[in-house]
Design a protein around this ligand. Structure first.
Ligand SMILES: C[S@@+](CC[C@H](N)C(=O)[O-])C[C@H]1O[C@@H](n2cnc3c(N)ncnc32)[C@H](O)[C@@H]1O
Length: 579
C-alpha cells in the first residue's frame, strides 16, 4: 500500500521520523487492527466475555477495549443490535481513557460525531452527570444520535452548533472537555485508501486553523481545575505538538499533563515544534508559488476567452467567477500568518509537549493517534471567561420526577422526523398544552421503577432532560435529553431510544429471545412473530400478556414489540433493521 501514499506525505514523514521511517513505511503493508469496546452501560467486561463467541484480546490502553478478528464480523451480530459494544479503531480509544471521566461530572465533547469517543465517555459517566455532545455537521449528527440511542445513553444533550455560540450558556461550566479535532486524517490512510488519494499538503494548514479556533473556544468553557483532552488521528506536527505548544504559550493558565509512555505509547517530541514551523513556512511558500502559477494560468485563459466574442458576463467569464469565489472560500479557512505558526514559542512550551503522546502504527497495534492532556490551573488565574462559575449553582437544579414539565412552543417546520433540529424558543413552566398522562401511565404500567426526572416537551416529543443544564435558548438543540417517545391523540408511543435505555429487569413485560435462535434474527429483520402468550415474560401474574413488550436478546433490550392474540407485532424501527 505504501506506493499509494502521496509522495509529499512520505517525504514529510521521512524528515520527521529519520531512522524510524522504514518501520513506519513498512507498517502500511501490515494488516489492519480491528477493535470493539464493551458498552458498560449495558454489561460489564466479564459479562460480555462470558456471553460472546468472538475471539478477543485486550487492548492495553483501554480498560474496556478488545481486538477482534475480522472474520468474527461483530457488526453483523444481534449483540451489536443490543448495543453491547461499539466498534472503534483501537488507538481511537486512548483519548477518552486519558480524559479520566468520573460519574457525576459535566463533560463536553465538542466534535462528537459519529460518536465513538462520546459513547465511551457516556459509559464512564455510568448514567450520572451531564454529557453535552456537539458537532457542526448536521448529517454526522444524525449518525451520532443513532449511536447514542443504540448504546442506551440517557444523560446526554446533542447540539449542532458553532462552538463560539456555546460560550454564552457554558462559560467555565465543564469539568472535562474532549476536542477530537477535525484533522488531515493521515492516520486513516491504511483504513481508507481514498483518504490517502485525496490528501493534499495544504490540508494540514487548513485543519490547523480550525484546530487553533476549537482549542481557543473550548478553553473558555472549562472550569478552573478542569481537564481538556485534545486529539487527532493525524501525524503532522503542525496539527499536534506545534498546536499544543502554541496553545500553552497563549494560555498560561493551562499546562500539559504528562502521559506515561507505556503500552506502546510514545512521547511527543519538542523538536517537532520547530520542524512544524519549517514545514508550515515551506507549505506557505509553495501555496504562494502555485497560487501565482494558477493566477498566471487563469490570466492567460481569461485573456484568450475574452478575445472570443460573446463570452462571459461583464467581461468576466463564468468559470473565472466560479474559480474566484472558490478561491475566496478556500482562503477563508486559512488564517492570516500572524495567527498561524509565527507565534514565538518559548522553550518551556516546547518542552511541555514532551508530555503529549503519540500512538504510532509501527510501534503498537493501532492506526495512529495524537493525544494531549491539558489541565487548567485550579484558581481562575488569567481567566478568559466573563461567565466563569456563573452556572455552578445549576448543578443542583433538579426537577421532581414526573412533576416538572417544560414545554416549548410549536414544533418548528424542521422538527418533523426524529433527527431534525429542535429550537427551544419558548419555555413555559406552567400548564402544559399536551396532556402528559399517557406517558406517565405507560411508564407506571411498563417500567414503574424507572425515574425519568425532568421532562421536556418539544411539540409532541417527550424527553427526559439531564440535571444541571443551563438555558439553551438560541442554541441548535437536536436532542435535549433521553428521547422517551411521542404523545399523539392521547396515546403515548414509546421510542426506540426508550427501549435501548432500559434494562431487561426494568420492564414488567418482556419477550426473551436468544441470539442463536431464528426468532431473534426475524425480529431484527422487522418480521411479526407467532408467539404463544406463555412466552411473554411477566413480572407477576397481575400483569396481562397483552400490550407493549420489551424485546430482549440474551437478556439485553433490542426494541419494542406489541403482543396480542398469539402474535408479536414488530415495532423495531425500519432504519435499525438487520439487512
Ligand atoms: C475526528 S471527527 C470526530 C470523531 C468523533 N469524536 C468520534 O470519536 O466518533 C471530527 C468531527 O469534528 C466535526 N467538526 C468540524 N469542524 C467543527 C467545528 N468547528 N465545531 C464542531 N465540530 C466540528 C466534524 O463534523 C467531525 O464530525
Amino acid at each position: 500500500m505504501g506506493r499509494l501514499l502521496p509522495e509529499a506525505f512520505l517525504a514529510k514523514m521521512k524528515r520527521m521520523l529519520g531512522d524510524d521511517y522504514p518501520a513506519f513505511y513498512a507498517s502500511y503493508d501490515d494488516p489492519r487492527w480491528y477493535g470493539l469496546r464493551v458498552n458498560t452501560l449495558k454489561c460489564s467486561n466479564s459479562e460480555f466475555l462470558d456471553l460472546t463467541d468472538f475471539r478477543l484480546e485486550p487492548i492495553p490502553w483501554a480498560r474496556t477495549g478488545y481486538y477482534y478478528r475480522e472474520e468474527d464480523r461483530p457488526g453483523k451480530h444481534p449483540h451489536y443490535h443490543a448495543g453491547l459494544y461499539y466498534i472503534q479503531e483501537p488507538s481511537a480509544m486512548a483519548p477518552v481513557e486519558l480524559l479520566d471521566v468520573r460519574p457525576g461530572e459535566r463533560v463536553l465533547d465538542l466534535c462528537a460525531a459519529p460518536g465513538g469517543k462520546t459513547t465511551q465517555i457516556a459509559a464512564k459517566l455510568a448514567g450520572q452527570g451531564l454529557l453535552v455532545m456537539n458537532d457542526i455537521h448536521p448529517d454526522r449528527v444524525k449518525a451520532l444520535v443513532k449511536n447514542i440511542e443504540l448504546c442506551g445513553v440517557r444523560n446526554a444533550v446533542v447540539l449542532n452548533e458553532q462552538p463560539d455560540k456555546l460560550q454564552r450558556p457554558f462559560g467555565a461550566f465543564f469539568d472535562k472537555i474532549l476536542i477530537d479535532a477535525p484533522c488531515s486524517g493521515e492516520g486513516m490512510f491504511r483504513k481508507e485508501e481514498d483518504m490517502a488519494k485525496a490528501w493534499q499538503p495544504d490540508w494540514v494548514t487548513k485543519y490547523a486553523a480550525m484546530q487553533r479556533e476549537l482549542l481557543r473556544q473550548a478553553a473558555v468553557m472549562l472550569r478552573p481545575g478542569g481537564r481538556m483532552v485534545y486529539s487527532t488521528c493525524t501525524f503532522s506536527p503542525e496539527e499536534n505538538e506545534a498546536m499544543i505548544a502554541e496553545f500553552i504559550e497563549a494560555h498560561p493558565q493551562f499546562s500539559v499533563r504528562q502521559i506515561e509512555a507505556v503500552n506502546g505509547l510514545s512521547s511527543g517530541r519538542s523538536e517537532w515544534v520547530d520542524l512544524a514551523a519549517d514545514l508550515a513556512a515551506n507549505e506557505a511558500a509553495e501555496r504562494v508559488r502555485s497560487g501565482n502559477d494558477e493566477r498566471e494560468r487563469e490570466h492567460r485563459l481569461e485573456g484568450s476567452r475574452l478575445r472570443r466574442p460573446g463570452n462571459g458576463r461583464a467581461g468576466m467569464p463564468a468559470s473565472g467567477m466560479e474559480k474566484a469565489s472558490a478561491a475566496i472560500k478556500a482562503q477563508a479557512i486559512v488564517p492570516p500568518p500572524s495567527e498561524s505558526g509565527s507565534v514565538e514559542i518559548s522553550d518551556g512550551a516546547k518542552r511541555a509537549v514532551e508530555g503529549t503522546a503519540r500512538l504510532w502504527p509501527h510501534l503498537l497495534r493501532g492506526e495512529g493517534h495524537f493525544v494531549a492532556v491539558l489541565e487548567h490551573a485550579a484558581t481562575p488565574a488569567n481567566d478568559e471567561s466573563g461567565d466563569a462559575g456563573k452556572h455552578s449553582e445549576l448543578r443542583s437544579e433538579t426537577g421532581q420526577a414526573k412533576t416538572e414539565v417544560i414545554q416549548t412552543g410549536q414544533e418548528t417546520r424542521r422538527q418533523r422526523g426524529s433527527e431534525t433540529a429542535l429550537r427551544p424558543s419558548v419555555k413555559q413552566r406552567s400548564q402544559p398544552a399536551v396532556d402528559m398522562q399517557p406517558l406517565y401511565r405507560f411508564m407506571e404500567e411498563l417500567a414503574p421503577t424507572v425515574q425519568v426526572g425532568r421532562l421536556v416537551l418539544y411539540g409532541e416529543h417527550a424527553y427526559a432532560a439531564p440535571d444541571g443544564l443551563p438555558d439553551l435558548h438560541g442554541i441548535r438543540v437536536i436532542r435535549p435529553g433521553w428521547y422517551l417517545g411521542s404523545i399523539r391523540k392521547q396515546r403515548f408511543e414509546p421510542s426506540q431510544a426508550l427501549a435501548m435505555g432500559l434494562h431487561a429487569d426494568d420492564a414488567v413485560r418482556t419477550v426473551r429471545l436468544a441470539a442463536r435462535d431464528d426468532d431473534a434474527l426475524r425480529y431484527l429483520k422487522g418480521e411479526t412473530l407467532d408467539m404463544a402468550g406463555e412466552r411473554v415474560v411477566r413480572s407477576d401474574e397481575s400483569v396481562p400478556a397483552k400490550g407493549y413488550c420489551l424485546v430482549c436478546v440474551d437478556g439485553y433490550p433490542v426494541g419494542w414489540g406489541k403482543w396480542l392474540d398469539g402474535m408479536l407485532k414488530n415495532e423495531y424501527p425500519a432504519g435499525w433493521r438487520w439487512i
